[in-house]
Design a protein around this ligand. Structure first.
Ligand SMILES: [Zn+2]
Ligand SMILES: [Zn+2]
Length: 142
């Protein structure tokens, strides 16, 4: 996995110790379970590291976020989902199976909020989430 190599190089660069637990958390974030919530990471990691607490996993993810290696976004259910940092992108979420896909669209990256709506906020970043039904769920009749 290339991401893993990058991850290790970046940790070394930033003087972050690579523990097996940290590596395991990152692997899950970079792996097949895309955009997992923290409990999904916890469930998966417990198989290998039963003593790892939810709090430790949370702190590990926060560290990755501070280092700019992982990003988070809040989906409609109000839960925070995590993923390894890719190029700027947005998401589309299936309302039935809850699958989330990445959307790369530069016109969304350039989305502007008109000044009255900003309410004095200085906007740092944004992400857009589309909701609908994936092709599989559409076929199965929602
Ligand atoms: Zn679906
Ligand atoms: Zn994504």
């Amino acid at each position: 996995m290339d991401e893993l190599k990058d991850f290790m190089a970046e940790c070394k660069d930033k003087g972050v110790k690579i523990t097996p637990q940290r590596l395991a958390v990152y692997k899950i974030l970079a792996g097949k379970a895309k955009h997992p919530i923290i409990n999904e990471i916890y469930e998966e990691i417990r198989r290998d590291y039963p003593s790892l607490s939810l709090n430790t996993i949370y702190k590990t993810i926060q560290l990755f976020i501070e280092l700019g290696m992982v990003s988070q976004f809040t989906s409609r259910e109000g839960v925070i989902r995590y993923e390894v940092k890719l190029a700027p992108h947005h998401h589309v979420l299936c309302l039935k199976c809850r699958k989330i896909h990445d959307v790369f669209d530069s016109s969304l990256d350039e989305l502007k909020v008109s000044p009255p709506l900003k309410g004095g906020f200085e906007i740092i970043r944004h992400d857009v989430i589309f909701y609908g039904y994936c092709s599989k769920c559409k076929q199965e009749g929602r």
